[in-house]
Write a protein that binds this ligand. Structure first.
Ligand SMILES: [Zn+2]
Ligand SMILES: [Zn+2]
Ligand SMILES: [Zn+2]
Ligand SMILES: [Zn+2]
Length: 200
């Protein structure tokens, strides 16, 4: 099975394809989640997928591997989309180091909330999470520290140690907040893509 994740705003839609699939199968999968695919842009590895052309499907089919994420943006009339990779680059580059600085405790009775295997974990609000699972969790929550149990948003400074790293995350959020009118998405393939709303 090939698992494909569609990210749209804060939502993730998981879809599955057989190992051998064709244009039609992929199209059906998209239609299952997006009634009117013409209203959206589907991007993968910073390339926009042309869902309606068999020819272009042949070119990107090999990118549709198990575990890929397709970033979905609402199509705006006349709008392009603009990437601001600088901040996310900084964050992704420093994320590993920032995570390494966080102390873990070992507790056989309370393994990681996600993998349920690793017993050496960091504390995140009500839960414990291991360093292996953290990266994916963080990207999927669009770089927010939402508690998986009580849903509270944990301030970065209460989790990360490095003040510079906390500041980088805060400015990223500020940018996303300022651009309220813009769909702001961060994908764990490392790109932050904003869908620019054009003025009428
Ligand atoms: Zn996802
Ligand atoms: Zn884990
Ligand atoms: Zn909590
Ligand atoms: Zn991704």
């Amino acid at each position: 099975m090939i698992n494909i994740c569609f990210h749209y705003l804060d939502q993730h839609f998981l879809g599955q394809l057989d190992e051998i699939f064709d244009f039609h199968d992929f199209h059906q999968l998209v239609l299952h989640h997006f009634n009117n695919p013409f209203d959206y842009r589907f991007t993968l590895a910073n390339k926009e997928l042309d869902l309606f052309s068999r020819q272009s499907f042949a070119r990107y089919q090999s990118l549709l591997m198990n575990g890929v994420c397709i970033l979905v943006l609402k199509r705006m009339s006349g709008g392009g989309f603009l990437e601001i990779p600088v901040l996310t680059d900084i964050i992704l580059q420093d994320l590993e180091r920032a995570v390494q600085q966080i102390p873990t405790t070992n507790n056989e009775e309370r393994p990681c909330q996600i993998c349920r295997e690793n017993t050496s974990c960091m504390k995140l609000c009500c839960n414990r999470i291991c360093k292996v699972c953290f990266g994916n969790y963080f990207a999927h929550s669009t770089f927010k520290l939402n508690c998986m149990t009580c849903r509270r948003q944990v301030p970065y400074g209460q989790f990360f140690i490095s003040p510079e790293f906390v500041r980088a995350l805060e400015s990223l959020n500020e940018i996303c907040g300022l651009m309220n009118y813009i769909d702001c998405q961060i994908c764990h393939c490392g790109s932050l893509v904003v869908n620019e709303m054009m003025e009428d």
